[in-house]
Design a protein around this ligand. Structure first.
Ligand SMILES: C[S@@+](CC[C@H](N)C(=O)[O-])C[C@H]1O[C@@H](n2cnc3c(N)ncnc32)[C@H](O)[C@@H]1O
Length: 294
């Protein structure tokens, strides 16, 4: 981009009314990304070689100002939506409809996208916690399930109102919070890292969700006696996975359970003879797989 093109883009962004409308979340995210990577990045490239730095510095200030203004709209939007969730106790279709007003949840994409940015803004607190515990070699570090996959999970699990959902290796708690908001069923998160567990609990409390509970415990020591649907985004491998599957197998002798997997652990869970694959077409680490106990 030339300096003239940069000036033109900033001027257009400053006065594009659509970007300042609350509902135009997608357009705003695109503009913020463009300013970050194309405009500010390009200004930084041009600055060392120019004999007129003042013009570029001025442009940089304008770009930063318009970006901050757009970000501020989203901060206010999320504060309002959090109040709405607290007051209305949004669960089931109401929550999905609410999200659809801002981001299209029906896209077939499965990676991280604007839906993740939206759900992060809505369900996360400002400061992210740091990992404080060393993980054992078979344990997997935190990475979150894409929000679209959680929306898919809420459909594919065919929850009934008696279900209680567990996210084993719950990380920062987004899966348990989202599943509860989307379905209304009680959800539980089991997480080894105390800082993550505290943070997840704080996020649920900030939205007034008493039926979303996080427990700081090793998955091998957790109490699963109330659970009926268990989700794992590959939280561990090897012997730990074997041990946790043996515990879940015992639970399945008391009542029928579902195990839903995402990532490489699907192939491991598919080997369990006490489970049958409800969605054999999804024997693929990039898909959500549902297993039922016999
Ligand atoms: C890949 S992340 C998944 C996070 C979350 N389920 C999600 O999808 O957003 C795996 C999580 O499992 C946790 N974890 C690993 N081993 C664990 C164990 N033995 N018991 C409980 N949590 C464990 C990690 O700390 C990490 O937060």
């Amino acid at each position: 981009m030339t300096i003239f093109e940069l000036q033109l883009y900033i001027a257009e962004t400053e006065k594009n009314p659509a970007l300042y409308q609350e509902h135009e979340f997608d357009k705003r995210i695109e503009a913020i990304d463009f300013i970050d990577f194309q405009v500010l990045g390009r200004i930084d490239e041009l600055l060392p070689g120019t004999d007129q730095p003042d013009q570029l510095i001025l442009l940089r200030n304008r770009a930063e100002k318009v970006k901050a203004k757009l970000e501020e709209i989203d901060v206010t939007l999320f504060q309002q939506l959090q109040q709405t969730i607290k007051a209305a106790g949004y669960t089931t279709n109401g929550f999905k409809n609410l999200v659809n007003e801002y981001v299209d949840t029906s896209s077939e994409e499965t990676g991280y996208d604007n839906l993740d940015i939206f759900i992060n803004g809505l369900s996360h607190l400002q400061t992210m916690p740091e990992q404080t515990r060393e993980l054992e070699p078979e344990m997997v570090y935190y990475q979150k399930t894409p929000a679209r996959i959680v929306f898919e999970l809420a459909e594919k699990a065919h929850f009934v109102k008696e279900d209680i959902f567990f996210d084993i290796g719950a990380g920062l708690g987004q899966v348990a919070i989202l599943v509860h908001l989307l379905t209304g069923i009680p959800t539980r998160g089991i997480e080894l890292e105390p800082a993550f567990c505290d943070y997840a609990g704080d996020c649920a409390a900030a939205l007034c969700l008493p039926d979303v509970i996080f427990t700081n415990v090793d998955a091998r020591e957790a109490d699963y006696s109330e659970g009926t649907v268990f989700f794992m985004f590959t939280p561990f491998r090897g012997e730990i996975m074997q041990e946790v599957l043996a515990i879940l197998k015992k639970e399945s002798l008391q009542r029928k359970i579902k195990i839903i997997t995402y990532g490489p652990c699907t192939a491991r869970v598919a080997l369990e003879s006490w489970l049958y694959f409800a969605t054999p077409e999804d024997n693929n680490m990039y898909k959500l797989a549902v297993f039922n106990s016999y």
